[in-house]
Design a binder for this molecule. Structure first.
Ligand SMILES: CC(C)(COP(=O)(O)OP(=O)(O)OC[C@H]1O[C@@H](n2cnc3c(N)ncnc32)[C@H](O)[C@@H]1OP(=O)(O)O)[C@@H](O)C(=O)NCCC(=O)NCCS
Length: 147
């Protein structure tokens, strides 16, 4: 699965679609969807990826999502950002549970969550809906007592 298939990242880049993407991210905060943040390089501040927290239906629960641009991968950025953002949610803004749904073959994402302090809970069968197919989802979570 590519990033545009599972997110609202434009599949075809143009300045207009890129700007519209950024405005959609800002809109998440001003609406009630959640928060969308850039992962920035700690020294250069260059944008390397994205982290979102989106409210689930159940009170106090958010879902976490993320991606990192290919040339910045395997340097610890996603796991550090997921650790930081989930810790902030659980300690500063009254969230009780941060959860993630991951395709079973996405080893990078599974290892990112484990490195960020999440626990694997189980499998939701035929849970994820993509344009061309459905997929099972592994469930991971981090709660306040995991900190
Ligand atoms: C998943 C993703 C965000 C990981 O980003 P990253 O910055 O490379 O991750 P990190 O460098 O923090 O690595 C975290 C762990 O994953 C492992 N990892 C990273 N890429 C991997 C890969 N391709 N295969 C296997 N393990 C991988 C790292 O070795 C590390 O494991 P460790 O802590 O046991 O050493 C990135 O691969 C990506 O953007 N993928 C496409 C989008 C996506 O799948 N998002 C998640 C949807 S649920």
């Amino acid at each position: 699965m590519t990033i545009p298939q599972g997110t609202t990242v434009p599949a075809v880049y143009s300045p207009d679609t890129a700007l519209a993407f950024i405005h959609r991210q800002w809109g998440r905060l001003t609406g009630t969807e959640g928060i969308s943040l850039a992962i920035a390089h700690p020294s250069t501040d260059e944008a390397l990826g994205l982290m979102v927290l989106l409210y689930r239906e159940e009170k106090g629960v958010v879902g976490i999502g993320y991606w990192v641009v290919p040339n910045a991968r395997r340097q610890g950025f996603a796991s550090a950002a997921a650790e930081l953002l989930s810790r902030w949610a659980l300690t500063e803004i009254g969230i009780s549970r941060v959860e993630a749904h991951v395709q079973p073959d996405n080893d990078a994402s599974k290892r990112t969550l484990i490195a960020a302090g999440f626990r694997h809970e189980g499998l939701l069968r035929s849970y994820l809906d993509y344009a061309t197919h459905r997929s099972d989802a592994l469930v991971f979570s981090r709660i306040q007592s995991d900190l």
